[in-house]
Ligand binder design. Structure first.
Ligand code: ES4
Ligand code: ZN
Length: 326
């Protein structure tokens, strides 16, 4: 109990949260009503009952349906502000948010509304609590590289509000190499790079995200333990892994929390962080992820402090700001 109090109370950074994955069913229904959008669910309860996933794809189908209610700048503000209040309650001092512009642009929502609403909420969190943040634009890997390039073109006026780019959505059969040219262009533009890899996909995708995309962090990466040479590379370079325990159990990457490999990743000397991924869909925000993994695995005070330090060290912050947080 003392350990859980320490874990929940310690200052921390969150580095892997899809802001569209923070949309709670209640807010989905409220925005649907406000915007005159018809949902294929009759009630909040019916929608919540649909949150029983077999794998990543079965989750993504429902996640993209949920985003269909987001139309206006105010919608993006309200979604982001709701997340930031939960983040503040979990003592998150710095957060880096993913967003999926392609799932909104394809519905006729413009970049100004998306980035404007999210960025206004981030500004309010900075004013209210001194919370720092970064915004990471993700390309949907089930779409073409051409579509990613077109999205980058539309993002150009908003790059001052965007710290980096990522790669998300269906991992299997959409390897990192599909996006090597667009990531090279983003690198030239001075953007920081991350990619989901080794969640459902093989360890080779982690290696290719490093070698072909030149990412600074790997999102998930839990399957790296299948390849000892890759583990040694990740350890030697201290490549951060943004691990999401509740997500991994809900999407059946691990059958139960007690089978999660987070302790093994730490024991291998890897730069591990804990994150919530899509908290409205996976049953908890950051402190619930910490509480569940610390309850299920043999982890102690030293692990807690290590994970908190790692979360700031792995952040896209300058060294002086990191040092002040640690
Ligand atoms: C995601 Cl858990 C996960 N994996 C890949 N893409 C995603 N988008 C939102 N959540
Ligand atoms: Zn994710």
């Amino acid at each position: 109990a003392a350990l859980l109090a320490l874990v929940k109370g310690m200052p921390k950074a969150e580095l892997h949260i899809h802001i569209e994955g923070s949309l709670e069913p209640e807010l989905i229904f409220a925005l649907a009503r406000r915007n005159g959008v018809t949902l294929p669910y009759d009630s909040v309860e019916q929608l919540r009952r649909a949150y029983a996933f077999n794998d990543l794809q079965s989750f993504l189908d429902i996640y993209y349906a949920g985003t269909s209610v987001l139309l206006t700048e105010q919608d993006f503000y309200d979604m982001t502000w709701a997340y930031l209040q939960r983040a503040h309650a979990d003592n998150i001092r710095h957060t880096e948010l993913f967003f999926d512009p392609q799932s909104h642009l394809s519905r006729g929502v413009n970049f100004a509304a998306i980035v404007g609403g999210i960025d206004r909420a981030l500004g309010d969190a900075a004013d209210e609590w001194g919370m720092t943040s970064g915004l990471i634009m993700c390309f949907l890997r089930h779409l073409s590289e051409e579509d990613a390039f077109a999205t980058l073109e539309q993002a150009m006026p908003y790059l001052p509000a965007i710290v980096g780019v990522g790669l998300d959505s269906s991992e299997r059969d959409h390897p990192p190499e599909k996006f090597s040219r667009v990531f090279a262009r983003c690198r030239e533009l001075g953007l920081r790079l991350v990619a989901h890899a080794g969640e459902e996909g093989p360890p080779a995708y982690i290696r290719d995200a490093l070698d072909l995309l030149h990412v600074a962090r790997i999102d998930h990466g839990v399957r790296c333990l299948e390849d000892p040479a890759l583990v040694e590379l990740l350890r030697a370079r201290q490549v951060p892994l943004t691990v999401c325990p509740l997500s991994n159990v809900k999407l059946k990457v691990f059958p139960q929390m007690a089978q999660h490999n987070l302790r093994a990743l730490l024991d291998a000397g890897l730069m591990v962080t804990i994150n919530s991924d899509d908290p409205a869909y996976f049953g908890g925000y950051l402190n619930e992820n910490f509480a569940e993994i610390f309850t299920a695995l043999p982890l102690g005070r030293d692990h807690a402090l290590r994970l908190a330090c790692n979360s700031f060290d792995a952040a896209f912050l300058d060294d002086a700001t990191k040092a002040a947080y640690r």
